[in-house]
Design a protein around this ligand. Sequence first.
Ligand SMILES: [Zn+2]
Length: 459
Amino acid sequence: MAAVQRIVIENCAIATVDADDTEYATGHVVVAGDRIESLGAGRAPEGLENVVRRIDGTGHLATPGLVNTHHHFYQWITRGLATDHNLFDWLVALYPTWARIDEQMVYAAAQGSLAMMARGGVTTAMDHHYVFPKGTGDLSGAIIRAARETGVRFTLARGSMDRSEKDGGLPPDFAVETLDGALAATEATVDEHHDASFGAMTQIAVAPCSPFSVSTELLTQGAELARRKGVRLHTHGSETVEEEQFCKELFGMGPTDYFESTGWLGEDVWMAHCVHMNDSDIAAFARTGTGVAHCPSSNARLAAGIARVPDMLAAGVPVGLGVDGTASNESGELHTELRNALLVNRLGAHREAALNARQALRLGTFGGAQVLGRAAEIGSLEPGKLADLVLWKLDTLAHASIADPVTALVLGAAAPVTLSLVGGLPVVENSRLLHVDEDAVARSTRAQAQRLARITARA
Ligand SMILES: [Zn+2]
């Protein structure tokens, strides 16, 4: 058997995001194979064998790779539309376009979304995909292929919609699947692609879209399917006041009570947004261990409101960060969400005590690992964990005069990535993706966006 190969990184600041928030002003990280072998202050130990690469991290901060917990990749080709709408008006404006996507478009959009995430320090990506028009090919397979090619770790939340306008839902009738069709296709995706092993590159979650686009049966039976298969559950929850009204009118209760009645609270569940939560909703999430994907930019873009992240954290709710789909967050970058999470929450009730820079970094790393159910593998730099890490360049004009490296990363401009590793393998070097031709992806996403616009205009 070949001896394990080592990569040594030295002379950088390190924010481990471990349980004690251990940091080193100048330290080292030793990567052996796909794992972190050791880390600490000062230079790496002498006499390490099979060191294939030694990196001088002077002027850099090393952190765990960022973990994105909510996204819709296909929206990469519908950015910049319906820019002045609230959630429901925005959905109704965009559904007719979204219902005309095909495999070629979804593949290009996934490449674009993944490329943008990876070059900004994301090492674990996720896609909540819930639009499956009839006869459009293997969309899940195309998305997973794009993730493998980019080199990042990936969760596909196989979404679905079966409550259309004729059943009181929001999507048009032609944009939804049947209950049985959605469940069968979701189960097939789990069987074909889900890897439950330590260090898995691909995992699948069961993810009916939202209370206003999904039947009660799909929620209930989706939860049963996920538990039978041992995979996680994901959906949108408590995003806007309009959703709260919808649930009260249709189900006679608010979203959190509705989710509880359908089996959708639990430590195997994470939900996007959770903006309109009262104290008892937050207590229910804490009691059941239900996780939250906080999406501050999207919530601001769609005028949804401010999620009560400080209250959730105080109650013990696991919280990660999400960019959300890029039709409601055109930047598609997670590292800017660190800053936006801090800023948006400081506009809420807790003011300057809402979140600090370390807490924001924790949301984007360990918090994300928690809500994806992978806290034992990723989310912090600790010996034995997977070597998913990022070396941020903080010695140029944008950051060099900022007093503290974690503050520079969170509150400063989006920092360039000198190196990102996923399972010890380089994915980004000197701000360039190693496995994807960024310029070719830019051209193909533009071409597919134009094709989709033409098809929609003709319909
Ligand atoms: Zn979303």
